[in-house]
Every structure is written in structure tokens, then in C-alpha cells.
Design a protein around this ligand. Structure first.
Ligand code: SAH
Ligand code: TMP
Ligand code: ZN
Length: 405
């Protein structure tokens, strides 16, 4: 029997997506034979309400000097992180010489806005290639995996922080308790912790099961975050829901008693009860919804293929690794996936080995259908690709339901 990563209660999986490769592990033909697979299974802990993967590959298999995800590929996300930085500067940096720490700062998409204002800062980013880009932008970044022990070193070298920030990384770290222990010592008594991740409520509501992949070892909710931080005498004091990545939640946390708890927290906790996020039945219904979604997407592609139409995937996202492998969609159904990230181009998608090609190939000869694998960047993409529609192209979407638009 497996144990909850947070509270150590026994847990059992409510879904298995089968064998999965590393979601960002785009590979060459020569690497096919040695590709790494693990079973992607998710569980719900009835005690602390945390939704989590049963197994996660070692962090070094996912985050390294060839990490394929560069945050700045999305213009909308660049704007989002500039706004996040401005909000922190305006509302939370009140001391005369503040110090800001960001976990998983990637290519410096957010921290650059502190660096450019001359604010003392530190990025902690284990993937060396993206950290290098951050450093080149003038963002001071060290390549470490954050946990309690690295927090101790950082504390010794740099002192306590006023604002500990993170986006789309807290849910990546299996030993979350160690992260919280590190945060506890690193954040000064009046300091603030702000982090955002895809929100469990949205995943359940939209059947966006592709939010589960190797990197996403947790799907957070207010109730699970509250529990996790309370173990370390820290308190969830506010939330700020976000539209990014298909629905995210920003959590604001302080040392216990340091700040008032906003009524937003109580209201949203009530909503989570109404949504039954604390009940195991919810996850059994979710599994059935995933199976339905899988079957209809596969059937749709098989039918289109029989009609002899061209289908291309739009954006080789990490999330799409779960979709393509769980649904069994390979190069027989999708000709290639177009993506703007140079490191992914010329390689093959993890597991299903669909070729990944430059965006220009999509532009050069529009397919009949494009599967919107980056549905979380849907608005930005629809705006950009008006011509594809005008030329008679159709989008295949699968969140919140499978349809052609
Ligand atoms: N914050 C960025 C990047 C998210 S991707 C954004 O929202 O776009 C997650 C990042 O976290 C990766 O760059 C990865 O290398 C980093 N990461 C993974 N484990 C980490 C850890 N233990 N400590 C710090 N960063 C980590
Ligand atoms: P993500 O969903 O994991 O954030 O990854 C986004 C991927 O989508 C990344 O590889 C870049 C790619 N992409 C495009 O190819 N075109 C686009 O217009 C956008 C927004 C993203
Ligand atoms: Zn638990």
C-alpha cells in the first residue's frame, strides 16, 4: 500500500493512464530503444484531500541541462508574469531593501521584472539550460533542486526573503513537505509566499486529465494546500484565481497569525465542498469522464483518417504526452506536431513518436484539421491563426469536451 506524500495515510489509485514516457522527453530516432516509461497513476488522499501521482520519475530524469520547456514561448504568459511581478512589488514589498526568491524561475520570465528594477532577488532553477538564459538576462539564478537542505544553504548565504514566489513548480516536487520546511525557515516573519499551479477544481470540471503527467505530481486545491502548510504552522491567508493554464489558483501564505485570513479563502473552501473535491466518488466519476473523452477523441481521429484528410497537432506541449499515449494516437493519425520551440523541432514526441516540426511547416501548407494540443493557450493561438480558419481549416479540441470547431 502506498502512502500519501503529505500526511502518510494509505492511498490507492483511482485511475491509471498506463505506461507513460517523460512528458518533455522529446527524442531522436536513435533514442527510441532506450526510452524510459513508468505507470502514470493518480490517487486521492481521503485524509488530507491531496490528489497525487503514485509514482514520479526521479527529478533528474525530468529537469536537466536539456529541459525542453522555455516559459517565454508564450506571449500571454510573459504579460501574465509581468502583472504578477508588478502586483508583488506594489502590494507586498514594503521593506526598504526587499529580497525576492523565485522557485523554478525557468528563463527568468517573471524574475526579470525584479532584476530590471534593481530589486535583490534569487532564482532557483535546476534545469541548467533555462537557468543560463535567465542569468544572461541579468537574473541571478542558481541551479539547485529546492528542498529543506538547499533552503538552509540559501539562508546562510543570502538571508531571509520577503517574498517567496513560484509558478507551475510547487506541484512538480514530490517531497513537498521538505519544500514547505525550507520555505518556513527562509521566509521572514512578515514575509509572504505566493505560488500558482493548475487548480484541481478546473481539472475535475473540464476533465482536463492532461494536467496529470510526470512533472505534475500534485493537483492542488485550497483544502490540500491548507492542510500541507498547517503542518508547519503556516497559514493560507488569501487566494487569487487565474485563467492561465486552463484554470490556476494563486495561493498566498504567511506564518501563522502574521496576517488576517481573507474571506475569499472561506468562500472557496465552501465551494470545494459543494464540488465534492473531498469525496472519493468525485474521482471515480472523473475516471469515467476521462475514459469517455479518450474514446471519443480516438474515434474522431480514426474517422477523419478514413476520410483521407490531413491532421496535424498544434504545439508539442508536455500535457499532450498524456493525451497521445493514453488515447493511443500516433503518426498514423497525426502527421506531425508543429511547435515554435527549436529544441523540440526535428525530434519525436515522447512515447508515440510523432515527428515534431517547425511552426513554419504548419503555415506552409495548412492541414484540414489541427488538434489544439495547447488548449491552455487557446485564446492566444486562435487570435494568431485566424487565417487557418479562413482557409477552411478546422480545430479539434478535447477540453472541456471533444469537438470540431
Ligand atoms: N515558472 C515557470 C516555469 C514552470 S516549469 C512558468 O510558470 O512558466 C517548472 C520549472 O521548475 C522548470 O524550469 C524546472 O526545472 C523547475 N523545477 C523543477 N523542480 C524544481 C525544484 N525542486 N526546485 C526549483 N525548481 C524546480
Ligand atoms: P505548455 O502547454 O507546456 O506551456 O507548452 C507550450 C508549448 O506550446 C511550447 O512547446 C510552445 C508551444 N507553442 C506553440 O508552438 N505555439 C504557440 O502559439 C504557443 C502559445 C505555444
Ligand atoms: Zn494525505
Amino acid at each position: 500500500m502506498k502512502k500519501c506524500r503529505i500526511c502518510k495515510s494509505p492511498i490507492e489509485p483511482f485511475i491509471s493512464f498506463g505506461q507513460m514516457p517523460i512528458a518533455n522527453g522529446f527524442l531522436t530516432r536513435e533514442q527510441f530503444a532506450d526510452e524510459y516509461f513508468f505507470e502514470l497513476q493518480a490517487a486521492f488522499c481521503a485524509n488530507c484531500t491531496m490528489v497525487q501521482l503514485i509514482d514520479q520519475p526521479e527529478p533528474q530524469k525530468m529537469f536537466h541541462e536539456n529541459y525542453a520547456f522555455f516559459s517565454s514561448t508564450s506571449k500571454r504568459m510573459a504579460v501574465h508574469f509581468e502583472e504578477f511581478a508588478n502586483h508583488v512589488k506594489k502590494d507586498y514589498l514594503t521593506s526598504s531593501n526587499p529580497f525576492v526568491v523565485e522557485l523554478g524561475c525557468n528563463d527568468g520570465i517573471m524574475l526579470q521584472h525584479f532584476a530590471n528594477s534593481g530589486i535583490k532577488h534569487l532564482g532557483i532553477e535546476p534545469s541548467v539550460n533555462v537557468a543560463r538564459v535567465a542569468n544572461e538576462k541579468g537574473v541571478q539564478t542558481i541551479s539547485e533542486f529546492f528542498n529543506e537542505s538547499t533552503a538552509k544553504d540559501i539562508l546562510g548565504k543570502y538571508g531571509q526573503t520577503d517574498a517567496f514566489l513560484a509558478a507551475n513548480v510547487m506541484c512538480h516536487i514530490a517531497d513537498f513537505n521538505s519544500v514547505i520546511a525550507g520555505i518556513k525557515m527562509l521566509v521572514n516573519p512578515d514575509g509572504i509566499v505566493m505560488f500558482e499551479d493548475p487548480y484541481l477544481g478546473d481539472v475535475i470540471e473540464k476533465t482536463s486529465y492532461d494536467q496529470l503527467y510526470d512533472e505534475h505530481v500534485f493537483l492542488f486545491s485550497l483544502s490540500s494546500i491548507k492542510y500541507a502548510f498547517e503542518q508547519y504552522d503556516m497559514e493560507l491567508v488569501d487566494i487569487e484565481p487565474q485563467g492561465t493554464h486552463g484554470g490556476s489558483m494563486r495561493y498566498i501564505i504567511a506564518h501563522k497569525g502574521a496576517r488576517l485570513v481573507s474571506k475569499n479563502v472561506y468562500t472557496q473552501l465552501e465551494k470545494e465542498k459543494e464540488m465534492k473535491l473531498n469525496k472519493v466518488e468525485t474521482y471515480n466519476v472523473f475516471r469515467k469522464n476521462c475514459e469517455k473523452s479518450r474514446d471519443s477523441l480516438k474515434q474522431l481521429l480514426v474517422d477523419i483518417n478514413k476520410r483521407g484528410k490531413r491532421v496535424v497537432g498544434y504545439a508539442a506541449t508536455s500535457k499532450s504526452t498524456t493525451i497521445l499515449n493514453y488515447c493511443g494516437i500516433g503518426p498514423d493519425l497525426i502527421e506531425f506536431i508543429s511547435d515554435t520551440t527549436p529544441i523540440k523541432q526535428g525530434k519525436f514526441s515522447p512515447g508515440m513518436h510523432i515527428p515534431v516540426r517547425a511552426y513554419e511547416e504548419f503555415m506552409a501548407k495548412y492541414p484540414d484539421y489541427a488538434v489544439l494540443l495547447a488548449w491552455n493557450h487557446g485564446e492566444e493561438i486562435m487570435d494568431k491563426e485566424k487565417q487557418f480558419k479562413a482557409a477552411g481549416g478546422k480545430w479539434i479540441i478535447f477540453v472541456p469536451e471533444v469537438k470540431v470547431v
